[in-house]
Design a binder for this molecule. Structure first.
Ligand code: SF4
Ligand code: SF4
Length: 105
């Protein structure tokens, strides 16, 4: 699945590492339940920032990111790895709705 960086995944029901636990040499194998943050839809991921209308993940560049819940996220229903994300395609095509749901929350 190709992410179109609309940022929707980073708003609701995502599991992320607590920001205070993030460091360069983070070993995900040492994390406990207390190190994990489950977003409930009332707040955005603390690692989400914006470059214009592009959603950017602050921890995406770390080598251990691939082992995080987000790094392992896939949508099996997509036809191929290169298929654009359907949610992102919809949100990009409905820019006013997307802005209302993301930038103004
Ligand atoms: S960790 Fe990155 S990809 Fe995952 S929800 Fe947060 S900003 Fe989005
Ligand atoms: S909904 Fe799709 S395009 Fe938007 S951030 Fe999530 S994976 Fe990327």
């Amino acid at each position: 699945m190709k992410c179109l960086r609309c940022g929707r995944c980073c708003f609701y029901n995502v599991v992320v590492i607590r920001p205070e636990r993030v460091k360069e040499d983070l070993n995900l194998g040492t994390l406990s339940e207390d190190d994990i943050l489950l977003l409930d839809g009332s707040t955005t991921c603390p690692f989400l920032i914006w470059e214009g209308d592009q959603a950017v993940c602050k921890i995406h560049g770390h080598p251990w990111f691939k082992d995080t819940p987000c790094g392992q996220f896939t949508q099996e229903i997509e036809k191929s790895e290169s298929s654009p994300c359907r949610t992102g395609t919809y949100m990009r095509a409905n820019i006013q709705l997307w802005r209302k749901l993301t930038l103004q929350e």
